[in-house]
Every structure is written in structure tokens, then in C-alpha cells.
Write a protein that binds this ligand. Sequence first.
Ligand code: MIC
Length: 644
Amino acid sequence: MGKNIAQKLIEAHLVSGDFAPGSEIGLRIDQTLTQDATGTMVMLEFEAMGLPRVRTELSAQYVDHNLLQTDFKNADDHLFLYSACMKFGVWYSRPGNGVSHPVHMERFGIPGKSLLGSDSHTCGAGALGMLAIGAGGLEVALAMAGKPFFVSMPRIWGVRLTGSLPDWVSAKDVILEMLRRHDVDGGVRKIIEYHGPGLQSLSTMDRHVIANMGAELGATTTVFPSDETVLRFLKAQGREGDWVEILPDRDAEYDELDEIDLSRLEPLIACPSSPGNVVPVREVAGRELYQATVGSSANPGLRDFAVAAMIVDGKQVHPRVSFDVNPTSRQILENLISMGYLAKLVRAGARIHQPGCNGCIGMGQAPATGKISLRTVPRNFPGRSGTNDDRVYLCSPETAAASALTGKITDPRSLDVTYPRFEELEAIEINTRMLVAPTLEGTQVELEKGPNIRPLPSFDPLPETLEGPVLLKVGDDISTDEIMPAGTRVLPFRSNIPAISRFVFEPVDPSFYERTVKHGRNICFLLGGKNYGQGSSREHAALAPRYLGVRAVIAKDFARIHFQNLVNFGILPLEFVNPADFDKVSQGDVLELTGVRDALQPGKNIEITNRTRSEAYALRHSLGPRQVEVVRRGSLINVVGQES
Ligand code: MIC
């Protein structure tokens, strides 16, 4: 039997384990990517390991999240990250240079290499034929130290593309179709591999759009072939020497199959407040909107801005609409200027922002109360935009631009204009002026830590008995944005755990923090529904609850990255053997787990007692031996600290 691309990439990096789906594999990591909202913690964790320099082929640190400098905190963190990069041998992408994922595509991504990133959208580099995986910051710090990355061997899901995209339909509509069919947990524990004749109509950055939002299906990652299309992209970037061809064997097989005829797609849109809440645009057309934004790592390509510019060219944005344009890299911004597209956007009334994530994570651009915002971003979890009860829709640049003109959600096919098809360029302006190479004499560099950089908390080992109240019970699909919000109020505290902990679960229950303080930050439990912790890689969504006393989460099931983040910081992730028991437990019930350290045997159920209701429930865990040791020791840092 032939091999698919995912199998070839895994085989080339396998340091432990085998291909049995669900078994633990260890992967060698060639490159790492960190962004500033997760990177400050990563650099503190790497510093704690006591190594002088990184041991990867390449590590890059981007500043693309905490860009609004409303006081000293973000500015201090930028300087801390710069000093850490120079000290440890990491490339530094300066504030304003752009979003990590497109910049990494432009400058550093190499087909066939593995990339581990402290951002859930790292998987976008699968567009280059990379094995690119998002993970919690601590695992990225370990990869920077040359350690393998451990993950459960995923099932390989082959999605065959046929046909070609009709006018007004673009790459975003392809991934929205996947979300419409399979929802936000359809890809959990799977690698999605796209193949088939339909690939020919997708540029490398089109493929990035699709791979990026594979994260919204919960996929471990997404891979595309490294073919002539990728060679053309690398040539335009002046990096054709980095190209290698990676194709699936003709007789490659997959664990699961799906097929999309691109010719049959129409403009789609994800309605509030889930990326899986997808309908055709025509079904919600006519609703008044306040804002349309173009940009983010989920639509980062030059063509995404050029098409929007051509749609609004010679027209005016509706006076009620804020049309926010977030260029995704300085290089793309320079090409938009030199090709005349930026002027078209400015003349039409667009608000031009600095290259960065910006409104995608609530770093500015928050919509008005109760008003609709159309965005080409990857996520619309409740409150993520910075406005409570926000009404964010996810769509293509075509739909966003058309709607900005009319002031209503608009099917772009209804515009009375010829579709402005963008032809990819053979050569573009290359801009590397805000990328700083690591200096050679790094070890003499002093880390610059401002008052906002606080030491990591300590993590005690798992006690023999866990007894405490259920301080919060939540439902299905709870996102990391609801557990640990982002935005201008919270994101600057990412290097200060005591401060950021004050915001834990604020979007779903503003009184949660006070309950943990009243409980003396002692042992407590959380209860969650299915797909608990979907979304981001932010380890703070585990770190901060751990700091507040949470020692076990009992859920119907977990999102991959968050599950591992809970383990990494000594929080026990458990599931009800009988799902109906979830309904028997109420917030405030006191639960007790005795002999828990010994009970953590592979495949062995655990019994938990509800002291309040005098009931007992059977729980199970899916921890492997290595993960059990981490939870017993209280955190992965305690394990690594002993080894190094
Ligand atoms: C996101 O898109 O949710 C983020 C903000 O990029 C996160 C990383 C973070 O929380 O810092 C992610 O996707 O991992």
C-alpha cells in the first residue's frame, strides 16, 4: 500500500511510537514558531531549562498580538522578547511586521520540515507540505530545547477536491463547507489531507486559508502536497532552493474519506457564535451590519486584499459600516502599495491598520453593542471580539467587501460587477527589513524583564486525595476564549499569572474568580461538556485555573491542545464512563477522589464520590504512561526540571 503525505511526513520525523491511530508518537521538530501572547511564557519556560541556545534548525518569534501599547506592559514585553531572541538564538519579527503564519510562509517555511508553534493556527503551514502543529507553549519550549513533541497518532482523513471554484467563491468557502459538514469537532484526533484535481485551482495561500481553519474542526493539523504550485510560491518569495516535491503515492490510502466538488460551492458564512454555524450567505442576506474586516491568518494572502480592493474600487463604503483592513504582513502591505491596491481601499473609505492580528483577538476594532460584524478571521467564539454578546460572522473577503458597500450582508454574486479574478504574480517585492536575525554572541545578552514579567508559579505534585467543590459546571464546546479571554484588557497579562487569573471564565461566569478566592484557591473541580477547551493553544487556559486551585476537569470529551495543556500543568482530565452522570452533578457539589495517584493506571476506571448527594460515578482517563507521570508530578516543568 502506498503512503499518503501525512504518513511520509510523520515517518520522516518519527522518534518513538508507531502508526496505530490513538497510540502516542514522538516527533522530531525542525522549526518552532512563537507569537508574543504565548511567547513571553515560552521564553520564561525556556529560560528555566537553563540552556544557552535553541537546538532547532530555526526558531522564530513574532510580535503580532499585543500590538496596542496603551501602557508600559506590551512595550515591555516586546523588549523582553527581543532580548530573549538575541540571547537564545531566535529570529525576532518586530511589532508591525505582520502575523506569524503568513510571515513564516513567506520567509521560513520549507516543504517536508516539521514546525511546532505556540498558536493553534500553526497548522496553516501545511499549505507548504509541512508537518505543522499547534501546541501549548511549554511543549514548544521543549522543542526549542531539542526535545521531541509527543502527540496521539491521528487518523488520516483524505479529502478529495474536484472541479474548480466558481466566480465569487474562494478558499474560505471551501473550509466553511468543511465546517458546515463536520462542525467544530469533526476533525478531532485527525490529520486532514487534501488531494485530487481540484488542487490545481488553489494557490499556496488559498491552501493556507483552508489549512489554517482546520484548527476550527479540531484537527491535529492539515497537509497539502508540495507541488508545482508551491514551487511557484517559493520562487516568488525568492526561495525556490527550499522546494522539494512531496506528493502522495498513487495508491495512497486514508483512514477516512470525503470529497468536495469545488464547482458546486457558493458563498458561505459562519453565523454567531461558532465557526461551525455555517449557512449560505443568501440565507442571511439583507441583515444590516456595522463592520466588515479583511485580514487575519485565515485570509492572509495578497489576493485576499487585492480582490477586496478591486470590489470597492471607485465606490464608497456604506456610511454606517466600519471597513477595517488588517494587512497580514509588511511585505504584503508594501506590495499592495506598489500595485495600487492600497489607494483603492483608502479611496473607498477603508480604515487601514498595522500588520497584525488586531481585531481577530479583540486587540482593538471591537464592534458596537448588538451590531453585526463580518470578518475574514478564523473564529467567532462569544465575546472574542472584545464586545460581550457580539454578533460576529465569518466569511470570505468577497462577501466582506460586498457587504461593506451595501451596508447589509450581501451575496457577492449579486453585485453588478465582473468578478475581479486575481492572478498570482511571478515576482513580488520582498521585505525582510523588520526581521532581526539572532546575534551570534547571544549568551552575553541580559533578559529585559519589566514589572509585568512575573515568575512562573510553583506546581505541587498530585495529592493522594482530591476533595473539593465543583466551582463551575459548563456546557458543550466551551472555548479557550471563554476559559481565558483575550482582548486588550486581558492579553497584556500573559506573562503575569496572578493578574490574568482574575479573568478566568469571566465571559461565562464573572463570579468564578471570587469563588476560588473565597475557597482559598484550594482544590476544586470543573465540569464540562463535549469538546471542552476548543480553539486556542493558550496554555494560560490551564495555567490560570491551576493557579486558582483547579485540579481536575471532568468533561464529556476534550479538544486536543487543551487536553495536553491541562496535563502539562497537573490538572487531571477525566470523562464520565456513563455520560448521563454529567446531569447528576450540580455546581457546588463536593466531590472526592481517593487513592487517585495509584488509580491512574492505563485503561483503568476511577470511582469518584459525590459527598453532597451520596452518589458515586465511574470515570475514565485517556492518559498514557508519560502523561500520568506528568500529572502525578504536578506539571511537565517538574518532570523536565528533574531531567535537565
Ligand atoms: C487565537 O487565534 O485564538 C490565538 C490568540 O492566536 C491563540 C493564541 C493565544 O491565545 O495567544 C491561538 O490560536 O492559539
